[in-house]
Design a binder for this molecule. Structure first.
Ligand code: PAF
Length: 262
């Protein structure tokens, strides 16, 4: 795996690449098996896989959350090399934002709902950095996890609205044995909080009405940002202490549908 020391070096190399398919997996590092599944899929489906590792400050609405974001680049690099990733870019903030974020992508509908309603500016930051990474890597395919369902939907919409020549590949949620969706933030949970966290997917899967699901989440000790249904998925964001967790599962109606089709 080549670790590119600067974005300019990578860009010069990118110009030499032709006649091969390129997969991009954008990440903020602190890689886990959920990320691993995205990389493995890209390695299977593309001639070359590029990983980006960049903790994007513009998508954090809270400085404490940004400074607490886990970061272990050496372990991340080991994982990427064993999976067979070909290129790693690890840009710094000045390289990604030479404009000091004067130019940004602002979606005016969905990005204000669900997570966007609780994290002002979050999706502007996400869409802006993803657009920049797509321009820098010019991949044929870009891989995103469905755990961030709203993020995935907005990125796919942006790609379509701006006629970007890339295929967005949504990838299944990878879960721990007790059902908790894998997330870089899980390492910040204490033992007790980690046990408590498994109630999130369990309650979402119970097929309850939304009000009841909300009540049950609170009863399980979460502070609930939202639980809502959208496009056949039940989405939720909750907090335990200062750790924010998100998840989504098929809505009760979708679950019934899936059950009947089996
Ligand atoms: O999902 C993430 O890790 C981030 O939001 C992304 C897509 C890498 C943009 O910073």
């Amino acid at each position: 795996m080549i670790v590119w020391p600067t974005l300019a070096n990578w860009q010069a190399h990118r110009e030499t690449l032709s006649d091969c398919s390129i997969g991009l997996v954008p990440t903020m590092g602190a890689l886990h098996d959920g990320h691993r599944s995205l990389f493995e899929r890209s390695v299977r489906e593309c001639d070359l896989t590029v990983a980006s590792l960049f903790v994007n400050p513009t998508q954090f609405d809270d400085d404490r959350d940004l400074s607490a974001y886990p970061c272990d680049p050496a372990t991340d690099q080991d994982m990427l090399a064993t999976i067979g990733v070909d290129h790693l870019i690890m840009p710094n903030v000045d390289e990604i934002y030479p404009d000091a974020y004067r130019y940004r992508v602002n979606e005016t509908g969905l990005s204000g709902r669900f997570c966007g309603a609780h994290r002002p500016g979050h999706f502007d930051g996400v869409l802006t950095v993803v657009l920049k990474l797509l321009n820098l890597v010019q991949p044929d395919r870009a891989y995103f996890g469905l755990k961030d369902y709203q993020q995935m939907t907005l990125i796919a919409d942006m790609v379509s609205a701006l006629f970007l020549p890339v295929q967005v590949v949504p990838c299944e949620i990878i879960r721990e044995v007790d059902g908790l969706a894998m997330s870089s933030r899980n390492v910040r949970l204490s033992h007790e909080q980690r046990d408590q966290a498994s109630a999130l997917p369990r309650i979402l899967m119970q097929g309850l009405g939304l009000d009841e699901a909300h009540k049950q989440l609170e009863k399980a000790g979460f502070s609930v940002d939202y639980v809502d249904d959208f496009q056949g998925r039940r989405l939720a964001a909750v907090r335990i202490g200062d750790v924010r967790l998100i998840d989504n599962v098929p809505t009760p109606a979708q679950q019934e549908d899936l059950h009947e089709r089996r």
